[in-house]
Every structure is written in C-alpha cells, then in structure tokens.
Write a protein that binds this ligand. Structure first.
Ligand code: IPD
Ligand code: CA
Length: 266
C-alpha cells in the first residue's frame, strides 16, 4: 500500500467520525459561538468540537504531521506532511438547518499553502446523505466504491455551474459582475454553500464547473485533489480585481479554458 493510500484511509475514517458528530450535534441544536472575519462569518460550538476531535485523532495516529485547521490554526510537524482540515464546510447552512455541509480533510506534502503543496489524500464527507468522496494521488477519485470522472461533454443547453460568495460585503459587486460574465456559458447556476462539496460534485460530474473567489486553504485542499484525480482541471490564480483573494476555477477539461477566461482567471 502507498503512503497516499494509507493517508486516504485515515482521512476517510476520521471524516466519517467527525461528520457523525456534526450531525448528532445539529440534531441537538446549534449554538453560534462567535463571528469571525465579517458579521456573516460565524463559527458554531460544533465547528470547534468537531475540529478538536479531528485534531486529536490525527495527533494520535500521526504525531509527526503538521496541522492547518479553519478553527484552531496551524502547527508545523516534522514529517513534511500537513493535514488541512475544514471541520464543517458550509457552516451557515449548518446553522440554518440546511443539510448541505461537509467535513473536509486533506493530507498535503510541502508548504501548507495552496499552489505550493502536493496534495496526497482527500476525504469529503456529506453526513446528511452519507456520501464519502475520497481520493489518493495517482489512485483516482471515488464516491464510496465508485470511481469518479468529470463530465465527458457539455450539452447544447450549456454547463451546469456553481459558485459561492465570500463573507465580506465589499466583494459582492465584483462577484456578481463575474457571474454576469459567466452566465452565457451556463444552463443554470447553483450556490450550494459548501465549497468542498461543490468541488466534489465537479469530480463526480454532477456539476460541469465551479468558480469562486476568496477561498481559504481548508475550503479547497481536499476538493482540488478530487477534481484532478477525476480527470478535471483545477486552478487558483489572481482574479482581475485583487491579488489578495485569488480566484478558483475547477471544471471538466472541455469547459475549463472558456470558464477560466469568462471568470477572469489571471
Ligand atoms: C464557506 C463555504 C461556502 C463558500 C465560502 C466558504 P465555511 O466555508 O465553503 O460555500 O462560498 O467562501 O467560506 O465558512 O462554511 O467553512
Ligand atoms: Ca469552509
């Protein structure tokens, strides 16, 4: 068994346990613990508890690895491998009782910075429907035991696309302009509320493409490996407005160039 495969198995086990904890806590009722970068950017007590559980499980299984999590920050390891974790991706959905949220866990080698790391393993678990998306570098992307592939072709009605909007209201006008430029390619546009699931759905061919500005490393670490292992293309670059909040584009190869150009990927 390869290292990537071992890391994938661990990510799957922990993502399932974490997702079940999140679902149980949701059933018991959600408490908002704090707001973060903007008033719309919230963290629930469950986000913190789920991340602590993931972090403790990883520390016990692989004590030499580093950690980068949305809620508890970064810690360098000595093995060269870092776990990049979003305990609940789709926190606003979670808080409102919408079941579109996921646990996202990735293992990366090298600097824990998108574009600099080499993603080795990924698990994205959607507890509400019991779907486990997973991938290991060079070994494909999977939904449970079914191998995934991105859309083979885009139909004459256009591409089914998804996007998202950051929490900072000042960025919304630019995001909406981008939507306007992309819509001629689209048969329709989804805004699911969990970037990790959006990327998993591109990998599964449930979406033809996805674009969003301002994602954090934990939003995209697992999903980007899923897309590339499913034969899709993923890129993260400066958008035409700001170098501070890069734009992500993921799509089937037949759509990628057109989508990236319309979205303004620099
Ligand atoms: C958010 C979700 C959302 C995306 C936001 C992310 P969070 O993550 O992935 O779909 O549009 O940009 O911040 O805050 O729910 O972990
Ligand atoms: Ca997230």
């Amino acid at each position: 068994m390869s290292l990537a495969h071992d890391l994938e198995s661990l990510a799957i086990d922990i993502a399932r346990e974490a997702g079940e904890l999140a679902r149980n806590r949701r059933e018991a009722g959600v408490a908002i613990a704090a707001t973060k970068s903007a008033i719309a950017d919230i963290v629930t007590e469950a986000d913190r508890e789920v991340e602590a559980t993931i972090r403790a499980r990883l520390a016990a299984a692989r004590p030499d690895d580093g950690f980068l999590g949305e809620e508890t920050g970064a810690e360098r390891g000595t093995s060269g491998i870092t776990w990049v974790v979003d305990p609940i991706d789709g926190t606003v959905n979670y808080a409102y009782g919408i079941p579109t949220y996921s646990v996202s866990i990735a293992a990366v080698r090298g600097e824990p910075t998108p574009g600099e790391w080499e993603a080795l393993a990924a698990a994205v678990f959607h507890p509400a429907v019991d779907e486990m998306f997973h991938a290991a570098a060079g070994e494909g992307a999977w939904l449970g035991g079914q191998r995934l592939a991105v859309s083979a072709e885009i139909g004459p009605a256009g591409a089914l696309l998804a996007t998202g909007f950051g929490y900072d209201p000042e960025t919304h006008a630019g995001d909406l302009e981008r939507v306007g430029r992309v819509m001629p390619l689209a048969r329709d546009l989804r805004r699911g509320g969990s970037a990790a699931l959006d990327l998993s759905y591109v990998a599964a061919g449930r979406l033809d493409g996805y674009f969003e500005r301002g994602l954090q490393p934990w939003d995209l670490a697992a999903g980007s490996l899923l897309v590339s292992e499913a034969g899709g293309r993923f890129a993260r670059g400066a958008d035409d407005g700001s170098r501070r909040s890069p734009l992500v584009v993921a799509a089937a190869p037949g759509l990628f160039d057109e989508l990236a150009a319309a979205a303004g990927l620099g």
